[in-house]
Design a protein around this ligand. Structure first.
Ligand code: 6PG
Length: 247
């Protein structure tokens, strides 16, 4: 594992792993350690999950290691950075993927699992965003960890380059015409994603190497939305060698 430590702690940290399996192992063990530390301090940790293929691998790895950890799963709060606005239970739902890979295997408190609304709950994406924003209003501190996958266009959550969601105020936003299917989504806004002690970008694949390099180079978040999110204490990019190939 190559670790490029920044001279300035406000700068993002970059951790490069040889392949997706090793990346998933690294992120899973870092997350379990973070949850244990928060609970040891007497806090109930809040974690924001992401969708996507590397997230799925990470979820499976957390599930594999969960019983060896000392995490009290009934005292962990889970949120989603974005969700596909489709029927509940369909494989397209980020929460359905996470449930199958991870949540169904943990003794979580259902009241602490904050799923985003689906088409069964609200009439449209705006109502979905309003309802999630209401739920987020109960949050008094920052999230402990916000995990974000990255698209080849630099999107994170469902905040896409050039889309109106980038300018949204409030805690969550309804997204239409997402370039990544399905077209209807609900997403946390930058304002919410930035309420984080730690932001962890999790990225695999040659196809994301350019977006990764551009995000880390800084600049306008409307071109590369990932530039618009950073942790209050830490921002870490967990990359496979292929994703890091243009750094
Ligand atoms: C989604 C996501 C999205 C995802 C990235 C990376 O709902 O699709 O939350 O932001 O994390 O597109 O996804 P992949 O890892 O599948 O490329």
């Amino acid at each position: 594992m190559a670790e490029l430590s920044p001279a300035d702690p406000a700068e993002p940290q970059v951790v490069v792993l040889p392949d997706p399996a090793m990346l998933a192992g690294e992120v899973a063990s870092a997350l379990l350690a973070r949850l244990e530390a928060a609970q040891d301090e007497g806090r109930v940790p809040h974690v924001v999950l992401t969708g996507g293929s590397i997230a799925d691998e990470i979820h499976r790895e957390i599930a594999r290691r969960a019983t060896d950890s000392h995490v009290d799963w009934s005292r962990v709060e889970l949120w989603w950075g974005d969700e596909r606005f489709v029927a509940p239970g369909t494989a397209d739902r980020n929460e359905a993927q996470a449930a199958e890979a991870l949540l169904d295997q943990l003794p979580l408190d259902p009241a602490r699992v904050h799923r985003m609304p689906s088409t069964a709950d609200v009439p449209d994406v705006d109502a979905g965003a309003a309802s999630y924003a209401e739920e987020l209003a109960s949050l008094d501190g920052p999230f402990d960890v916000v995990m974000l996958g990255l698209g080849p266009d630099g999107h994170i959550a469902s905040l896409f380059p050039g889309h109106p969601g980038l300018e949204a105020t409030g805690a969550a936003v309804g997204v239409r015409e997402s370039p990544k299917p399905p077209p209807l989504r609900v997403s946390m806004t930058f304002e919410t994603l930035n309420r984080a002690r730690a932001v962890w970008f999790v990225v695999d694949g040659e196809g994301k190497a350019d977006a990764t390099a551009q995000a880390l180079a800084g600049g306008d978040h409307r071109e590369i939305p990932a530039r618009g999110v950073q942790g209050q204490e830490e921002t870490t990019w967990f990359l496979t060698e292929s994703a890091a190939s243009r750094l």
